[in-house]
Unconditional design. Structure first.
Lengths: 142, 741
């Protein structure tokens, strides 16, 4: 039977951006392109979360594109990196939906009954959860 | 190698099932009945390793396995009496194009055909210990295995190739041991069971010496220990003959195992092979005592009674008698129920509905893959626990109920200063060119009259004009507003607000900051002194807000009050919650600061008559019914629910949320409110929604829904046997001089 040590979730430092869909589209291409050690998770057409925290220049670039955009330096999300084999084993038990085969990939849905976001990198998976639920997810991912 | 049957070791061989091993040891699992060895009958049930209702014909024995014969003579096994924690049963999720259930001839062909068409295929084969127990929307096939449950998600279709079951005999003596179907006889003989002298009826068994007899079964006869020793047959002329035997083998016909197919009637599920055959319809039994449904103990006479009572359809007869609802889910009795209805009414009806699950499962197997709703923790959760707080679930969060001294917490608020973790409050920001126009449509207040840096208490109504949430609107700028929502209502309200932003086609940006922003309420007459020490230069005016550092933590400070005392809410980055809390506690030490929990807050806010949406309100609470009609600006052209409010305002009130004072104590929340009618009899008059003892007032105070009687609200009522007096709220500090100081 499966038995894993509890995952250790830590607060993720990043910036949450809420804006119009086309602004988010441009942001992901021009302001925070993948690579350069940044990760941009598209939560919704009008919302994304960028790690690490945006620089002043990046913030200005987005606000010049949409003065009404909301940019928040966030402490609301926690994450845990897990090797892909382990992650897929956990997810086969705890997620009633199919995982992507492309890499990198971002998906979100219920994992063990908790709203979870998953970033599939080359050989690692980042589990992202709203911090108030991190303790529950950690407990259920054993 | 041996298994343990009722405490006695029983040898097992490589070819054995648990059933065959038991029969070789002359230990019939249930004492008798026609065995099928196909998982279709209820006659081989036993409790195996603590799990009841196990079909022993389907289980490969393992050395040391403990078998208990608890189903003897149709008895139900006792309920478990031990409280041992069993290992959690896991669910494994699998994904494919096609699921094929059954791997006999037709199932194997279906698999090969799908794979040839380039489909990914997963098979479920009971012969390999994978037992499909249900098909759900998706389609999703749920199967049990010894190592856990399989949840198999088919993208295209499910193919049911479960074959057909053999008819069971219905005749006097069918409970005897030594009766079996043709397939069962072949299987058990192959496992090495000595069948003795065999009489075969109908399709004969292969590879077994037997005497074939013809005609209709009249009855089975047995010896003193319950083993069959003869079968009585009647030929077409009416002559009866007796055939001595040790075993009766019966091939009486087939009927499809189509329960899984029927479960998927509205889904992409199809049956192939024997699962699609026309069922053999046996002759309707004639003896009133004939056992139709061995699982539920339903005889022919029971069916006749039901028939005469007017129940004449398969579904109704099933519900009326419970035939078909037992262990085998109708695999034994459905053919005879059909023949019964045909004999009585002339119509051959289809089998009754099949629903998941069609096998007995443990609670662990049923719940595999399910999870209870998670409860959130604020950033201060550990701080509360370290302070000895009794934590309770409230509004989806773990919250301190009290810190061990309710009265001290209460009086700290009324006489000194106290803090409370209110991080659970919903917090949203709305920006964009249409921010004001959007909020004007959403809320019944005139948002345009809220000035920058100010807040207003508001209700959120649904289209029917009923209260669905409350909170504050604060204006940051012409195109930027902040909203607060109730702790328990935030998720629903956020979806509501987002839906209407789309519905109204508004150019706005919305963000939920509930998990981003922590919040601490600072309340009590010494709140200004505490916050002055923490860095607040000047006290804010009531219902104003401003950004400032408090104890070095960047805060948005709101002046408001829910407790009835001078109060501030400090909204701050959640990662600084612990710093801020600890600083306030340190700075307020000589001011008598204490944290307070929900229990104290219940009394404090109730003394002020403040309503908690969801506790004091119901699904049909209009602003007028809760005395909040003043919050609806009906001279606005539009707000959500306006038309309904206008309409319901014309209807005479039938009930109101009102305040009660009770000298003797605080009634129970939920208690019935009684009103004496003209004859002195108690009439139901409503119920209590909130209740607490008011230390400040020295009496119980409560809110509750009270019915009108002859156009009037009663002045005096009885609650929990105590006299209660209806009074206007607030109960405490009616001039609001303490909060607005």
């Amino acid at each position: 039977m499966h038995a894993y040590k509890e995952l250790s979730f830590v607060r993720l430092a990043g910036t949450r951006i809420v804006s119009k869909k086309d602004v988010i589209d441009r942001t992901m291409v021009n302001v925070v392109p993948l690579g350069n050690e940044s990760i941009c998770l598209r939560f919704a057409p009008d919302e994304c979360f960028v790690m690490p925290v945006l620089t002043a220049a990046q913030t200005d670039a987005i606000l010049s594109d949409d003065p009404h955009a909301i940019l928040l330096n966030e402490g609301a999300f926690s994450g845990a990196w897990v090797d892909e084999t382990h992650a897929l084993d956990l997810l086969a038990r705890l997620a009633e939906w199919e995982m992507p085969s492309d890499r990198p990939a971002f998906v979100q849905g219920a994992v063990a009954g908790i709203a979870t976001k998953l970033w599939f990198d080359d050989a690692l998976v980042l589990f992202v959860v709203q911090t108030p639920y991190a303790h529950e997810l950690a407990d259920r991912l054993r | 190698m041996r298994i343990i049957v009722d405490g006695t070791p029983v040898p097992i061989t490589e070819n054995d099932s648990v059933l065959s091993a038991m029969l070789k040891a002359d230990q019939h699992p249930t004492g008798g009945g026609t065995l099928c060895c196909g998982g279709d009958c209820p006659h081989c049930l036993a409790t195996v390793d603590g799990i009841a209702y196990v079909r022993t014909c389907q289980v490969t024995p393992k050395p040391g396995m403990v078998v208990e014969r608890q189903h003897l003579c149709g008895e139900y096994p006792p309920l478990p009496v031990d409280d041992r924690l069993r290992a959690e049963t896991h669910a494994q999720n699998l994904f494919c194009d096609v699921v094929v259930i059954g791997q006999g001839e037709s199932g194997s062909a279906a698999k090969a055909e799908a794979e040839a068409a380039g489909k990914s295929v997963i098979t479920v084969d009971a012969n390999k210990g994978e037992e499909a127990v249900g098909i759900y929307a998706g389609p999703l096939v749920v199967a049990r295995t010894d190592s856990g449950m399989l949840h198999i998600h088919a993208k295209e279709e499910v193919i049911v190739a479960t074959g057909a079951a053999e008819l069971q005999p219905v005749a006097p003596g069918s409970y005897l041991a030594g009766l079996m179907t043709t397939r069962a006889a072949e299987s058990l003989a192959a496992a090495g069971l000595d069948l003795g002298k065999v009489v075969a009826i109908g399709t004969p068994p292969n590879g077994i010496d037997h005497e074939i007899v013809a005609g209709d079964i009249v009855r089975f006869e047995g010896n003193s220990v319950g083993n069959v020793n003869a079968v009585i047959m009647r030929d077409s002329t009416g002559n009866e003959t007796t055939h001595d035997c040790d075993t009766v083998v019966m091939g009486l016909g087939l009927h499809p195992r189509n329960a899984l197919h029927k479960m998927g009637a509205d889904l992409p599920v199809r049956a192939v092979g024997e699962a699609t055959i026309d069922a053999t319809v046996p002759a309707c039994p004639t003896e009133p005592d004939s056992m139709i449904c061995a699982c539920s103990g339903i005889k022919l006479s029971d069916l006749d009674y039901t028939w005469e009572s007017g129940f004449r359809e398969m579904e109704l007869i099933k519900r009326s008698t419970l035939a078909g609802t037992g262990t085998c889910q109708g695999m034994g009795c459905i053919p005879y129920m059909r023949s019964f209805i045909q004999a009585r009414g002339g119509e051959l009806q289809d089998r009754f509905t099949a629903r998941p699950v069609n096998r007995q499962l443990t609670l662990g197997e049923i719940s595999a893959g399910s999870h209870h709703h998670p409860t959130a923790k604020t950033a201060l959760d550990q701080v509360h626990r370290d302070l000895g707080a009794q934590m309770e679930r409230s509004g989806g969060w773990w919250r301190p109920w009290n810190y061990g001294n309710l009265q001290a917490e209460y009086w700290a608020v009324r006489e000194a200063v106290s803090i409370m973790d209110v991080s659970t409050l919903g917090k949203m920001t709305v920006t964009g060119p249409d921010a004001l126009a959007f909020l004007e449509k959403l809320y019944p207040t005139k948002v345009s009259t809220i000035k920058e840096g100010r807040t207003r208490y508001v209700l959120l109504l649904n289209e029917r004009g009923f209260v669905m949430d409350d909170g504050l609107i604060g204006k940051e700028a012409d195109d930027r507003y902040i909203l607060t929502l109730t702790s328990g209502g935030t998720s629903h309200s956020e979806m509501w607000i987002r839906d209407w932003a789309d519905g109204f086609d508004m150019d706005v940006r919305l963000i939920n900051q509930t998990y981003t922003q922590g919040a601490i309420n600072v309340t009590g007459p010494l709140a200004n002194e505490l916050l002055k020490r923490a860095g607040m230069a000047e006290p804010l005016n009531f219902m104003r807000f401003a950004d400032m550092d408090i104890a070095g933590v960047p805060c948005r400070v709101f002046r408001l009050s829910f407790t009835g005392e001078l109060s501030y809410e400090l909204h701050h980055p959640v990662e600084r919650s612990v710093d801020l809390w600890q600083a306030l506690m340190d700075l307020g030490h000589d001011l008598g600061i204490k944290p307070h929990g929900l229990e104290a807050l219940t009394a404090l806010r109730l003394e002020k008559g403040h309503v908690i949406v969801g506790q004091d309100t119901d699904f049909d609470s209009t602003p007028r019914r809760i005395h909040h009609e003043w919050m609806c600006k009906l001279d606005k052209d539009y707000f959500l629910g306006r038309a309904s409010v206008l309409r319901t305002n014309k209807i005479p009130l039938d009930k109101m949320l009102v305040g009660f004072e009770i000298a003797e104590g605080a009634p129970n929340e939920g208690a019935i409110i009684w009103h004496k009618d003209k004859n002195g009899s108690n009439e139901f008059a409503g119920h209590v929604t909130s209740s607490a003892w008011s230390w400040a007032l020295g009496r119980g105070v409560a809110l509750g829904w009270l019915d009108y009687f002859d156009g009037e609200l009663p002045e005096k009522v009885t609650i929990n046997g105590m006299e209660a007096r209806r009074v206007a709220v607030p109960f405490y500090d009616k001039e609001a001089s303490r909060a607005r100081v």
